[in-house]
Each structure stands twice: as structure tokens, then as C-alpha cells.
Design a protein around this ligand. Structure first.
Ligand SMILES: NC(=O)c1ccc[n+]([C@@H]2O[C@H](COP(=O)([O-])OP(=O)(O)OC[C@H]3O[C@@H](n4cnc5c(N)ncnc54)[C@H](O)[C@@H]3O)[C@@H](O)[C@H]2O)c1
Length: 341
């Protein structure tokens, strides 16, 4: 069978990873790299693919089966809809969108089309998170009642790494997408109500009009209370650009997971244990190839195309994540609780 030919749209930090992974997999290849910044043509050169500044030109001139979208958070809608309308499969970065209306439009287009569309919620493929999911489902901590997720980035992220568009997104979109997706996936429950608080000033003073961080309380079906913290003003001396931890509290025990040490502890009424995880995490170099959850997410996308299956993280199945994120922004604006759906 011919290799799946993929056009990469947005060849920045994540798009260059997309290009490498689709280039390295045995059954996929990069058919084009698209970025409106001509300086990004180096990414095309690295994988021996033609470079375009416009997706429609790439689709008109190259044989393309799928489109991988890694444009900034607020610019996913146009390339996703264009690709679906052109009959291409789509692999799109998180967050799907920064508005519930755009996410619903993409989910509807995806449901109507005979193509495979998947949001890259790659953290579901991290073995540590799969252990947490299995441990919750085994009943070790009873019924989950509360989940707390904390994420923090150094200030280099909004002021350097994504300086050109950090004020057009929010930590709830850029940083908490995976935490929201993991939480609803762990619980098998939908979010129903949101209340959020923000703090701001540090980034405003640097000419970047966006909050420094936020806390969001999200009530899920069945009365489970979840709590998301995301902030991006840690000093650049902090040893990691991004870090965080998570705690799941159940009726008979709790699980604590630490991102940095990749360790989890669980306790229940009979005892407890500490677990240390090893092996590739999200995108580690192994034998000259990118290995880990990101590659496994791409493998899931390719297998869903071949088997004509709906991905675990299709826009339809994960729409609740964007709906909850948009409700957080609405709660910050109105200073009121916001119902979802
Ligand atoms: N899966 C993950 O864990 C993960 C991690 C980091 C970032 N991301 C997501 O990946 C996406 C990209 O982030 P990044 O850090 O690579 O951003 P980036 O700023 O490094 O790169 C974005 C690129 O898109 C290009 N671009 C913008 N609009 C375009 C358009 N209409 N057509 C073609 N090219 C266009 C820009 O020129 C730039 O090269 C974001 O949505 C981000 O949230 C995901």
C-alpha cells in the first residue's frame, strides 16, 4: 500500500515535530510543509518535502491524503475546515479551538465527512496516565470524588516561545487542554458547570494583555468536583519550562502524580505504594527517532484511517473539553458560574 502523504500546516515548534514523526514512521511521509513564514522552509528541507505558504496551493499541486494542523491556538479552524472540505483526513493540535462555536463547527464537519479527524490529545497515550486510568477503573481508590490538576510554565513561554500570540490564547487553552481531557477521560463524565478566577498584572506590565494565571472549578456529572490551576509566570530559573501535578481523591483512597519525578503514590484504607515510571514520555529520542506518546497518538490516527474507525479523541468525542474551556473564559468575563451545554 502507498504511504499516507501528510501536509503539515504551521511549521513552528510543534509542526516541526509533526514533520519529523510523519517522516520517520514507515507508512507515512510528508507530502508538503505549509507555513506563511518563508523562513520555516527549513522544516520542509529537513524532511525532503516541498514548501508552500498556502494550504490550498499545496493541496492543488501535491498528492495529499491527510493534513496535520499545528498553527497557533486561535488559528486551527480555517485549515481544519479547508482540509475536511477537500476530503483529507485531519490531525489537529490541542486545543481544538478557542471558542465553543468553532469547535462545534469542526465537530459537525468532521461527523458529516467521510474522513478521519483527530485532536492530538497525546497525553492519553503516556503510559503513566494510562496507569492512572486503569488504577481508577480497578476501584483501588473507590469512586473518584475530586480531581486537582496544577500546571505552571516559566514566563519564557508567554514572553518568548509564543510571544507573537500568547495574548490571543490563555493558559486554560494552551496549558490545561490535556488536563481537562485526561480528567473527563479518567472520570468518564462530562463537565456541567464552571466557576473561574484569574489574576493578572505581570504580563500586562510587559505589554502582553493576558492573565498571569487562573483557577477553574469544574463540576462534572455525578457531582465530581474538579479544580484546574494554570499559570505562566514562574521565573526562568525554574528547572523546567513546564511542570505540574495531579491528585485524584476517591471514596476509599487517593492517587498523587508528579510530572517532574514521573512518580505516583496511591493510598487506600488498606495501605499504599509509590510507583516510579520509566520509558519514553511524550517525545523522546530513541535510536534517532521520536518515540513516546506523541508518536503513539500519530499511530492511533493512522490506524483509525486504515480501519475506518472514529479516533478516541475525535472532535465529537472531545468537544466537551473546548466547551469547558470556553465556559472558563466566560466565567472570568462575567464573574459568575457558567452552565455548559
Ligand atoms: N500536543 C502538545 O502537547 C502541544 C505542545 C505545545 C504546543 N501545542 C500546540 O501546537 C500549536 C502550535 O504551537 P507552536 O508552539 O508550534 O507555535 P509556533 O508559534 O511555534 O508555530 C506556529 C506556526 O504556525 C505558522 N502559522 C500561523 N498561521 C498560519 C497559517 N494560517 N497557515 C500556515 N502557517 C501558519 C506560524 O508562522 C508558525 O511558524 C498550538 O495550538 C499549541 O497549543 C501542542
Amino acid at each position: 500500500m502507498d504511504k499516507l502523504r501528510v501536509a503539515i500546516v504551521g511549521a513552528g515548534m510543534l509542526g516541526s515535530r509533526h514533520a519529523r514523526v510523519f517522516h520517520e514512521q514507515p507508512d507515512t511521509e510528508v507530502g508538503a510543509v505549509v507555513d506563511f513564514n518563508p523562513a520555516r522552509s527549513t522544516v520542509a528541507q529537513q524532511v525532503g518535502a516541498p514548501f508552500y505558504e498556502d494550504l490550498n496551493m499545496a493541496l492543488a499541486h501535491e498528492k495529499i491524503d491527510a493534513v496535520a494542523v499545528a498553527t497557533p491556538d486561535h488559528l486551527h479552524r480555517d485549515p481544519v475546515i479547508a482540509a475536511i472540505q477537500a476530503g483529507k483526513h485531519v490531525f489537529v493540535e490541542k486545543p481544538l479551538a478557542i471558542s465553543a462555536a468553532e469547535a462545534r463547527e469542526m465537530a459537525a464537519a468532521s461527523a458529516a465527512a467521510k474522513v478521519t479527524v483527530m485532536v492530538n490529545y497525546s497525553q492519553r497515550f503516556v503510559t503513566d496516565h494510562q496507569w492512572i486510568k486503569q488504577t481508577i477503573e480497578s476501584g483501588l481508590i473507590g469512586k473518584p470524588r475530586m480531581i486537582i490538576s496544577v500546571k505552571f510554565d516559566t514566563i519564557s513561554v508567554p514572553t518568548g516561545m509564543i510571544r507573537s500570540w500568547s495574548a490571543q490564547t490563555s493558559p486554560i487553552y494552551f496549558m490545561s487542554s490535556h488536563d481537562l481531557d485526561l480528567t473527563f477521560w479518567f472520570l468518564g463524565a462530562r463537565p456541567v458547570q464552571v466557576f473561574a478566577h484569574e489574576t493578572r498584572g505581570t504580563l500586562d506590565e510587559q505589554g502582553i494583555p493576558v492573565h498571569d494565571g487562573l483557577n477553574a472549578l469544574i463540576q462534572c456529572e455525578g457531582g465530581v468536583s474538579t479544580n484546574f490551576h494554570a499559570s505562566w509566570i514562574h521565573p526562568n530559573t525554574y528547572p523546567r519550562v513546564a511542570d505540574g501535578y495531579m491528585q485524584i481523591i476517591g471514596t476509599e483512597g487517593a492517587i498523587m502524580y508528579n510530572n517532574r519525578s514521573r512518580s505516583a503514590e496511591w493510598f487506600n484504607t488498606k495501605g499504599g505504594q509509590e510507583i516510579k515510571f520509566s520509558g519514553p514520555h511524550t517525545a523522546d529520542e530513541v535510536g534517532g527517532k521520536i518515540t513516546g506518546a506523541f508518536t503513539d497518538s500519530v499511530r492511533h490516527f493512522v490506524s483509525c484511517i486504515l480501519d475506518k474507525r472514529e479516533p478516541q479523541t475525535s472532535p465529537q468525542r472531545t468537544l466537551m473539553v473546548t466547551e469547558a474551556q470556553a465556559a472558563v473564559i466566560e466565567s472570568l468575563r462575567t464573574r459568575q458560574p457558567v452552565m455548559i451545554g
